[in-house]
Design a protein around this ligand. Structure first.
Ligand code: IMP
Length: 426
């Protein structure tokens, strides 16, 4: 079975645990970079993976980083070294596309400067250099990719030339003095040259590797990062990330075709969260919002920022299911709602005095939408730690059933706690 696992909200849906649970022979990251923070809890140990596929925690799983990812080589080495220290072997199990673009220190610098200069449209990015790296990719001549890093011919001439082009471009964007003050270009060249040998055995033709895997009948899982509402085309623009976080990003970010994916699993948290700026119609700024943040430990895995919390928005969820043609839903963090006396879900909006059941055509108008809610009674028992359907309170199952019927997608599983095995399968 070949699956894509995609977030259906603004990221942080708990995809890491679902990927870990369903990982088969191969796990592939296709887009995004160190802006992601995929958390997996195994026994007493917590792993937070930013750019290495979550499948690395399963010893027999091969991990792949596709061309659509923007990879910070400094952070990747750190992440792999840490994993190794914790007994996770990655040698011979991790492959990276030669076309994967590299996040450089100047991208991070630019990310901060660009975001600060945006005024009211300040996105509050993760400052991991994601946007500026994708900008270079679209410029085409400036991006440094894995193939540049490992091409040692003529004393790494190609890498040197690309860095020189970037020194000029970033010098222009940052101001020459500041670019040279913050970036030691000779030192950067030396560091990159040195890491070339580390990455060389990992670089491969990812599309070919996956195509051969498909032919051999391997089970391949495509691990989405961020969420549908952060997609650069379909998200709540301009408050989005710089990649396609939706199903199209899987295909172009790994070099596979439509027939390579049998099942599209959408991961949905039982309530809504968002980190960073942008519209959020069901946001709760009252004590319930505070309780969701506390009980759900809603603090960014990458930046530590407190996440904004609110009720589940079914208008947005239906939209996300449609965009990705989701075939099954994986619910997470249902147990965070265990303490509540009543639970609301948004089933439509009021916009300019009129009821609407869909996302406005002009998605920026989401900030003018007032949610219309359906109310559910809280559950009589706890979902926390439930392992089978019979352990789940009837009210929680009714809540899930309502959501599934509303969006027209059936459930695959519900995660009932942070532990690896706290899962109920449908
Ligand atoms: P960037 O991806 O760092 O450019 O950030 C753009 C927006 O996406 C900001 O609002 C970030 O908070 C948000 N964002 C990026 N990655 C994630 C993620 O993995 N989880 C949640 N929000 C994210």
């Amino acid at each position: 079975m070949n699956r894509a696992i995609l977030g259906l909200q603004w990221g942080d849906e708990g995809k890491g645990k679902i990927v870990d649970l369903l990982a088969g022979d191969v796990v592939v990251r296709c887009q995004g970079g160190c802006n992601a923070g995929h958390t997996v809890i195994i026994g007493d140990e917590k792993f937070v993976l930013h750019v290495i596929p979550s499948g690395i925690l399963r010893p027999n799983t091969t991990c792949v980083i596709g061309n659509g990812v923007v990879l910070d080589p400094f952070e990747a080495i750190k992440e792999l070294t840490n994993l190794e220290k914790r007994g996770i072997n990655y040698v011979g199990r991790l492959f990276i596309s030669g076309a994967t673009n590299l996040v450089m220190p100047y991208h991070k610098l630019l990310d901060g400067i660009q975001d600060a200069s945006r005024g009211t449209t300040n996105i509050d990015t993760t400052k991991r250099g994601i946007g500026p790296c994708y900008q270079d990719k679209m410029v085409r001549t400036l991006a440094i990719d894995m193939s540049d890093l490992i091409d040692s011919r003529e004393g790494f001439k190609r890498l040197r030339q690309k860095l020189a082009a970037n020194r000029e471009d970033k010098g222009y964007k940052l101001g020459f003095l500041s670019a040279d003050k913050h970036i030691d270009w000779d030192e950067l060249f030396a560091q990159l040259k040195e890491m070339s040998a580390f990455f060389t055995p990992m670089v491969t033709d990812v599309s070919l590797l996956l195509s051969e895997g498909h032919k051999l009948g391997k089970s391949i899982l495509y691990e989405g990062a961020q969420g549908t509402l952060l997609d650069v085309d379909f998200g709540t623009r301009p408050f989005v990330t710089s990649s396609n976080t939706t199903i199209g990003g899987v295909l172009t970010g790994a070099g596979v075709g439509l027939n390579c994916i049998d099942e599209v699993i959408g991961v949905v948290k039982a309530y809504e969260t968002r980190v960073g700026n942008g519209p959020f119609p069901t946001e709760l700024t009252d004590s319930i919002g505070v309780l969701l943040r506390k009980n759900g430990d809603e603090f960014g895995a990458t930046t530590g920022r407190p996440r904004r919390c609110g009720w589940l928005d079914l208008v947005l969820l239906k939209y996300a299911c449609w965009i990705n043609r989701v075939t099954k839903l994986a619910f997470t963090k249902i147990d965070v709602l265990d303490e509540l006396d009543s639970i609301q879900v948004c089933t439509g909006y009021k916009l300019d005095g009129t009821f609407i059941a869909e996302v406005p055509v002009d998605i920026t108008r989401l900030s003018d939408c007032t949610p219309v809610y359906a109310t559910f009674l809280g559950w009589s028992g706890k979902t926390h730690g439930a392992l089978k359907l019979g352990d789940m309170p009837a009210e929680a199952l009714a809540y899930i059933d309502f959501v599934c019927r509303f969006v027209g997608v059936s459930p695959l599983l519900v995660s009932t706690g942070s532990e690896r095995d706290a899962v109920v399968m449908f």
